[in-house]
Design a protein around this ligand. Structure first.
Ligand code: SDX
Length: 428
């Protein structure tokens, strides 16, 4: 017998079906609530609202658990590769060797972008933030691949769009950086693997025999894995709602890039480093800045701290913190802001304000320190997040389409004026 919940409104009783997931999460199914009761729910920021059923990623915020298709993020970060995790997220299973080889080779065939995209790139001044350039170039693929606009595209056609998205994102990302530097772009070197190919496009200078540092490539591959998907976060929900109108994969993901850009979401990794630098320049007084973060009137938040779901340590933050130590030691980098970050974490985690609100370091708190050690400029941090999150966006967009979910269209509670007569301007 399916479980139900009872809702009583104005003395009338209604039964609401209860939905349970494979990890025993429980939801009230309110699909027919408005029709049956004439009322809707209200949940600003969807803090208590499930938007979908998904088999891709499982989070347990209280226990600090993150799994992709049942595999723990700890296992994937330690043992897998970014392309293998991308395959797992998108197609549901870890690939056999021939499947991964084919996937990787299919991607290699599409790393080039149409030369006309450079005309779009050239239209952006060097002062443009790379995230805006990235979102625009990514969406421009709708112009070069108009067949992607077909809402009923074949599975083969969707696979081609998926491969093109993964193949061209690193090229777009590197080109956005070169545009910001006022440097000529580099073309993809397909003799390299996914992450090294990106690094060479990003850093190589004209006529330079650029050699990718394997330490840097390995660290970046791990960072991309750690950002690959995260359930129904702001940018993924954006990709889903745009995709629910049967918009193309390119326009849906471009919308996700823009949502990720915000400082409360993916833009936080850039803000963390700017915050740590400000604290360093201010003399490194962590207590002073912790008190600022606690003062509602200061308008300052401890960037990289807090999370809508994790009320325990973000498991990714733990892995990234250790990776930061490893990478800085291997590269012989001594970054003073790492000490400040460690001190901030130590002070915050014993402060009642943070303890009561269950505010812990999130994925963005340490990632910027690694990106900086890898030589990646601050403006590119959120672009790195977008590169990592791409397979998650693709997987969620594909799942929504395969499940034939309806177009997203939330309701509202109206709080404006009641009916009133129109007054001609001469009589106002
Ligand atoms: C990402 O959703 C995801 O999965 C996102 C992500 C992913 O992989 O996709 O994990 C990536 O976006 C990580 C989050 C990056 N953002 C930041 O680091 C920005 C700083 N953090 C916050 O602004 C905040 O914690 C959020 C946005 C992350 C979560 O905000 P919520 O869940 O809406 O919580 P809230 O803003 O209502 O805060 C609850 C309380 C408030 O205090 P009270 O009003 O109860 O007194 O906690 C306080 C807030 O003022 N608070 C903070 C704080 N974060 C929350 N106070 C100081 N510093 C902070 N960082």
């Amino acid at each position: 017998m399916a479980k139900t919940a009872e809702l009583i409104i104005d003395g009338k009783s209604y039964k609401l079906p209860i939905v349970e997931g494979t990890e025993n999460e429980v939801a009230l199914d309110i699909s027919n609530l408005l029709e049956e009761t004439g009322t809707i729910t209200l949940d600003l920021g969807y803090k208590n609202t499930g938007a979908t059923k998904s088999a891709i990623t499982f989070l347990d915020g209280d226990k600090g658990i993150l799994r992709h298709r049942g595999y723990s993020i700890e296992d994937l970060a330690a043992k897998s590769s970014f392309l293998e995790v991308a395959y797992l997220l998108i197609f549901g299973e870890l690939p056999m060797k021939d499947q991964l080889d084919k996937f990787s080779n299919d991607i290699k065939l599409h790393t080039m972008v149409h030369e006309d995209i450079k005309k779009i790139l050239d239209g952006f001044p060097s002062s443009s933030h790379p995230m805006g350039v990235l979102a625009s170039m990514f969406c421009a693929q709708t112009a070069f691949y108009p067949e992607s606009l077909d809402p009923n595209r074949s599975a083969e056609g969707v696979y081609l769009s998926i491969v093109r998205s993964l193949a061209k994102m690193p090229t777009f990302a590197a080109w956005a950086y070169k545009n910001a530097m006022g440097h000529p772009v580099n073309y993809p070197d397909n003799s390299l693997n996914y992450t090294s190919r990106f690094l060479k496009m990003l850093y190589a200078l004209p006529a330079e025999q650029y050699e990718v540092d394997p330490i840097v490539a390995d660290a970046l591959d791990k960072l991309l894995i750690l950002h690959a998907d995260h359930e129904q976060n702001c940018s993924t929900s954006t990709v889903r709602i745009v995709g629910s109108s049967k918009a193309s994969i390119y326009s849906s993901i471009s919308a996700g890039i823009n949502a990720l850009w915000g400082p409360l979401h993916g833009g936080a990794n850039q803000e963390v480093i700017l915050m740590l630098e400000a604290i360093r320049k201010d003399g490194g007084d962590t207590e002073k800045w912790i008190n600022k973060a606690k003062d509602k009137n200061s308008g300052f938040r401890l960037m990289g701290f807090g999370h809508r779901v994790y009320k325990n340590f973000d498991p990714r933050a733990k892995i990234i913190k250790k990776t930061a130590d490893d990478v800085l030691n291997k590269l012989g980098v001594n970054d003073p802001v790492l000490e400040i970050a460690l001190k901030l974490e130590e002070v915050a985690l014993r402060d009642p304000y943070f303890i009561e609100r269950k505010l812990y370091p999130n994925v963005d708190f340490y990632s910027g320190i690694i990106y900086r050690a890898l030589g990646i400029p601050v403006d590119m941090f959120t672009v790195m997040f977008a590169m990592g999150r791409l397979p998650g966006w693709i997987a969620q967009w594909k799942e929504l389409r395969e499940n034939k979910e309806p177009i997203g269209r939330p309701r509202q509670i109206y709080t404006g004026q009641n009916l009133r007569p129109y007054i001609p301007i001469e009589k106002r």
